[in-house]
Design a protein around this ligand. Structure first.
Ligand code: WTA
Length: 639
């Protein structure tokens, strides 16, 4: 299944275009099916309706666990590194992981979770999180993992959207020197969630929690009541595996739906190829399982390939900026997959944290989540890879399920800041605003995909129309990614960032409309507009322009009030970096906010505002620029 030369890549790529069904059937053969498919692919992008491996029966956990037991039962499946470096790390062999998954799957069954039921998971980065995901998959329940940084209200919205029956959580989570009271947040969320019948609570931080009689039960107690025998439920290839909520350009997050067969084949294939994983190697992806990267490349991709996947509970800078490198040294990590924001943040501490640390185990480096800037690329290459570990800059999305455009380690010649070439089976095209295909090299436009791949989303939960509108209606018969992209003279792809109203903050997608809605919930706010601006560490920061007539009474306190409001409504991850109080917003005569102008102001590029003649009140722009410059001066003084 692994491609080892450029020539082989080219051949595989050509085959995947000429005979996609044969190509993917060949890959799928390498997995374990209870029954083979009747048809590899049927599709149209107009409804859309996409089916891979129709008629096939399988259970993904047999692929991720059972099939490795005979040969690799004692091989480490998960190595867990705790937040506190003084605590011991934990290694779960495939055999032990299998046992734990089966046991917890029986706990779910005992608590009346059935095939097709939705399970909300809100947990710290501990091995039990991976166990919870796999236990759901074992019995055919659909998991919906929510990242620990979301607020009670965001959780409630997601639980209600999917009508979850059960919640799996922990007393709390450690993140650096902070503790997050997960169970307490869940208690607040569940006030408005009538569908939830049970809450399973794992003991982790030992913070006091309230346990509601008849609803809340302890993980540790439950697993004692069941055995480890749990046959894998027979699932259809197109049955739901999970829902993962993601922000878009409208106010409400959507539940991206992935199904079992295609997702398994795609994440397994891309994992094995992109990272060139070799048996016995230790692979470390620093993402959180609350995001797609963790689903695909901490859990399902690596485990389906029998790999050893390292899970880290903490943050790269705790207790200090050498932590990530110490983990690499301690566990002899061979493949490190992280985000540009982490690289930039560690880079800012200089080379001192690397002193005396042996990074010689590193063979492959990866980057994901946002465009990597040239400086960070070279720093990563020189200081971590010592110039001889290829950097795979992997472009993909929650919706694509797995990596789409990326170098294949040791195969594709890399180029700083370029995601390089599409993986086999991926057919990208660039189009202009009118949907006209841009042919040839040296062009840039909007990135679309013109043919289905097995890992793609199938729908948005409970609202198929929304899926169609968001991804398949902008351009006819194309999947629209929302990203801008160029193709250089070598045919290499370079992703330039979002072209819609989505901001990429530290590799996390945040919709501007969502943040605006949250800000507007503060009682004093009349209106707001949010845009992204370049941020040294986060990639993009959140800039909010807010009309708040009484703000002048105490601007600092008002800013804090607004931040509190956003934290309550969405979660700490959506807090604006800058808030500017203004008396009006630049609007067209038809009342549309001209974000282009606000973006320029936020970037500090106020020399040329472009055409402002269509504005209702052009004077407003001058006022905002003036205010912004005053705020900048105050900030400089404050430093
Ligand atoms: C951006 C994360 C440039 C892009 C896997 C995409 C990237 C969004 C890259 C998806 C990359 C991801 N280079 N940009 N290598 N990888 N992006 O859904 O804008 O959290 O649309 O999935 O991140 O973010 P998501």
């Amino acid at each position: 299944m692994q491609i080892t030369s450029l020539d082989e890549y080219k051949k595989n790529y050509q085959l995947s275009i000429d005979q996609p069904e044969e190509f993917w059937a060949g890959i799928a053969e390498k997995f374990l099916w209870k029954r083979k498919w009747d048809k590899v692919l049927s599709w149209n992008f107009s409804e859309p309706n996409i089916k891979w491996f129709e008629g096939a029966k399988l259970n993904i956990t047999e692929n991720c666990l059972d099939r490795h037991l005979e040969k690799d039962g004692d091989k480490p499946a998960i190595i867990w590194e705790p937040n506190d470096p003084h605590r011991d790390s934990i290694t779960l062999s495939y055999k032990i992981l299998h046992e734990q998954v089966c046991r917890f799957a029986n706990v779910l069954k005992k608590n009346d979770v059935k095939k097709g039921d939705r399970v909300c998971i809100y947990m710290p980065m501990v091995p039990e999180l991976a166990v919870a995901l796999l236990a759901c998959a074992r019995i055919g329940a659909v998991h919906s993992v929510i990242f620990g940084g979301f607020s009670a209200k965001s959780i409630a919205d997601r639980i209600n959207d999917a009508a979850c029956k059960i919640v799996i959580t922990a007393d709390g989570a450690f993140r650096g020197n902070k503790q997050i009271p997960l169970k307490e947040v869940i208690d607040d969320a569940l006030i408005g969630c009538p569908t939830v019948e049970r809450v399973v609570v794992l003991t982790h931080t030992r913070t006091p929690v309230s346990m509601l009689k008849g609803r809340d039960i302890w993980w540790e107690d439950e697993i004692k009541l069941v055995d480890t025998d749990c046959p894998a439920e027979e699932m259809d290839a197109e049955d739901l595996l999970f829902i993962l909520y993601t922000s878009g350009s409208t106010g409400k997050p959507k539940g991206v739906v992935h199904t079992i067969g295609g997702y398994m084949v795609y994440t397994g294939y891309t994992f094995a190829n992109v990272f060139n994983y070799q048996p016995e190697e230790v692979y470390f992806c620093t993402a959180d399982i609350g995001w797609i990267t963790g689903h695909s490349y901490i859990v399902y991709g690596p485990l389906s390939q029998g790999a050893t996947t390292l899970m880290f509970e903490g943050v790269p800078t705790y207790p200090d900026a050498s932590r990530m490198w110490q983990i690499v040294e301690k566990h002899k990590v061979n493949i490190l997959y992280t985000a540009p924001t982490a690289i930039r943040s560690l880079m800012s501490f200089g080379l001192e944290p690397l002193n005396g640390i042996d990074l010689s185990s590193i063979r492959v480096l990866g980057s994901v989540g946002e465009p990597i800037n040239e400086e960070a690329w070279h720093w990563y290459d020189k200081n971590i890879g010592k110039g001889n570990a290829p950097i795979v800059d992997t472009w993909w999305q929650t919706e694509t399920g797995g990596i789409m455009i990326s170098p294949i380690a040791f195969v594709t010649p890399t180029k700083p800041c370029f995601a390089t070439l599409p993986l086999p089976g991926v057919q990208p095209i660039l189009v202009d605003e009118n949907g006209k295909e841009l042919i040839g090299n040296g062009v840039s436009g909007n990135l679309c995909i013109k043919f289905p791949w097995p890992g793609m989303l199938r729908t948005t939960y409970g609202d198929h129309e929304r899926c169609k509108l968001t991804y398949f209606s902008t351009y006819e018969n194309l999947y629209f990614t929302g990203d801008g992209c160029s193709r250089d003279e070598d045919g290499y792809y370079r992703i330039t960032g979002r072209v819609d109203d989505v901001i990429n903050v530290s590799g996390h997608r945040i919709g501007t409309a969502e943040v605006e809605n949250a800000i507007n919930m503060h009682s004093g706010v009349v209106e707001s507009a949010v845009v992204g601006y370049p941020h040294e560490v986060k990639g993009q920061g959140i800039y909010a322009f807010v009309i708040f007539p009484k703000a002048h009474e105490d601007e600092t306190l008002t800013r804090q009030d607004i931040l509190k409001t956003v934290t309550r409504v969405i979660g700490a991850i959506a807090k604006p970096d800058k808030i500017l109080f203004v008396s009006g917003l630049p609007k067209t005569r038809s009342g549309k906010i001209m974000r282009r102008i606000l973006r320029k102001i936020a970037e500090g590029d106020t020399s040329n505002m472009g055409d402002t003649t269509s504005l209702l009140d052009p004077a407003v722009v001058e006022e905002i620029v003036l205010k912004r410059n005053t705020m900048d001066k105050l900030e400089l003084k404050g430093k």
